[in-house]
Design a protein around this ligand. Structure first.
Ligand SMILES: [Zn+2]
Length: 110
């Protein structure tokens, strides 16, 4: 990740030096000011604030609000109109071997 951040003290471009992720939604990035006469170093805090587009599969326990640009009613209506597909005996293939969903475990059909 490359962000063009300016030093809050002198306005010179700053360079990121380290990152760490204290939680799933939060990233800290340390920066050093490029102005040697200033010498400031600081931490930028970044947090996932809202979904602009829903992921195909949301991790359980991830509590990120939806942006107003996501039309909940359209999504709800679209999901309500879709029927659940019949799966082959081998189950569903999503992306890889770990993503296979056995036919017997699908239980969200009406
Ligand atoms: Zn500075």
């Amino acid at each position: 990740m490359r962000l063009h951040i300016k030093c809050p003290n002198c306005g010179h471009p700053a360079t990121s030096t380290r990152t760490r992720q204290p939680s799933t939604l939060v990233t800290e990035i340390s920066y050093s000011c490029g102005n040697s006469a200033c010498g400031a170093a600081f931490v930028l805090l970044g947090e996932v604030h809202r979904w602009l587009r829903l992921p195909t599969q949301i991790m359980t326990g991830l509590n990120v609000p939806l942006s107003l640009v996501v039309h909940r009613n359209r999504l709800r209506d679209a999901l309500d109109r879709l029927r659940t597909a019949d799966l082959p005996p081998a189950g569903e293939i999503i992306g890889g071997p770990d993503d296979e969903v056995p036919n017997a475990t699908r239980g969200d059909s009406p």
